[in-house]
Design a protein. Structure first.
Length: 274
């Protein structure tokens, strides 16, 4: 339970080697299949909560930095988000009745513009009334598929920044595709000298608070940097999301998607390009 103390103290924790090399290889194959789907679309595409974020790189080739909710159609990724190991990690902090509001893949290809500006995940938990007791009820997790180093664009974070709740970080600028700047930290009263790199090996899991300030830079390594993110919330404190666990037992997806972040889910659930 060392991760529980670390999370409570610093706003993040790392648990090493949760998934084996064989498991990571299988998950990586599934992730690569989803990436190929995004490239095939050629531009951003949505079907309900499933969303492929596709944008051209400098040469005009489709770049897929992120896909949301691939688990609706990928059985391997769906099984990972419902793995009982999540309950072991999360239940000491937020209990065993959990909904899920993030199911997301991130890619950083070598040399690509995969920056994430400094931010708190709390800025995306809208509307406010749907997410109660955010600081104590919600945990974001990331499963490393590749080595996460400073060179490959590992997450960078400010330990203990979760203690201050929502901060005056720039919320007008889009997070994805914009660089981290020291000026943004100073404007929010944060000393850039406190930044750390979150270094991970394949199979490691990181956990962080929605109020923890974090971001990441571009990948200058010779390999891609893949991250599988799943965000869980104490069910009693959230009106949105898909059920993931009831009393510690996995809950399969229902016949209809639940409202998460896509506000037009019920008005426009059909497949369409964005």
């Amino acid at each position: 339970m060392d991760h529980v103390a670390q999370y409570r103290e610093h706003g993040y924790a790392v648990v090493r080697g949760v998934f084996s090399p064989e498991e990571v290889a299988r998950i990586a194959t599934a992730i690569d299949a989803v990436h190929a789907e995004g490239v095939a679309h050629g531009r951003s595409f949505r079907h309900g909560n499933l969303f492929y974020n596709v944008r051209p790189d400098d040469s005009g080739t489709p770049l897929v930095p992120m896909v949301q909710w691939p688990s609706y159609h990928n059985a391997i990724l769906n099984a990972v988000r419902l793995d009982p190991r999540w309950v072991d990690l999360l239940s000491p902090l937020i209990g065993g009745d959990l909904k899920q509001i993030i199911n997301q893949l991130h890619w950083k290809a070598p040399g690509s513009k995969g920056d994430f500006a400094w931010h708190q995940d709390s800025r995306f938990r809208k509307p406010d009334e749907a997410y109660r007791n955010l600081g104590s009820s919600y945990i974001q997790t990331g499963l490393a598929i590749d080595p996460h180093t400073r060179a490959s664009g590992a997450m960078r974070m400010i330990p203990n920044s979760h203690r201050n709740g929502p901060l005056a970080l720039d919320t007008e600028t889009e997070v994805l595709g914009n660089e981290m700047t020291d000026d943004a930290l100073r404007a929010a009263g944060i000393d850039p000298a406190n930044v750390i790199d979150l270094q991970l090996e394949p199979g490691d899991i990181a956990m962080w608070s929605p109020y923890l300030v974090h971001g990441s830079g571009r990948n200058t390594a010779d390999h891609q940097r893949r991250l599988y993110i799943n965000g869980y919330v104490r069910a009693a404190d959230c009106d949105r999301g898909e059920w993931a666990f009831r009393d510690g037992r996995p809950v399969p997806l229902g016949p209809e998607p639940a409202l998460v972040h896509y506000e037009a889910l019920h008005e426009n659930p059909e497949p369409h390009y964005v």
